[in-house]
Ligand binder design. Sequence first.
Ligand code: THU
Length: 137
Amino acid sequence: MGDNYSNMVRIAIKARKNSYSPYSGFKVGACLKDINGNFYTGCNIENAAFSPTNCAERTAFFKAVSEGVKEFESIAIAGGVFGIKDYCPPCGVCRQVMMEFCNPESFKIILAKSENDYKEMLLKDLLPEGFGRLNVK
Ligand code: THU
């Protein structure tokens, strides 16, 4: 805690501009940071058949993993219809994807309204008793 996530929030808000969300109108952007300090952005991508919709968070994770990156430090998320009025917590499916690649004790989830209005959470608090790789061993 105590880190400054303003830059990641700014990048997430910028990524939100690419949101493809003609059905809900709810635009989300994410900025995922790996353990080497590299950023992967994501936006939500909706679909006429609805269920293929991909959240901003998973877009960012899948971009990174598809490039061979599998260790992450934090993710900043910003979402809303007309601007960003409330915090946008990740959906359950995205929390489970985070559980696959992140340490729930240390992975930080930054819920942002603006560059200077955000809160830091840990994956373990958003997904208590999460089921992950270690359970399958
Ligand atoms: N959505 C995200 O991209 N991330 C979240 O954290 C919550 C929901 C998207 C999915 C859908 O395109 C729209 O927001 C409304 O649910």
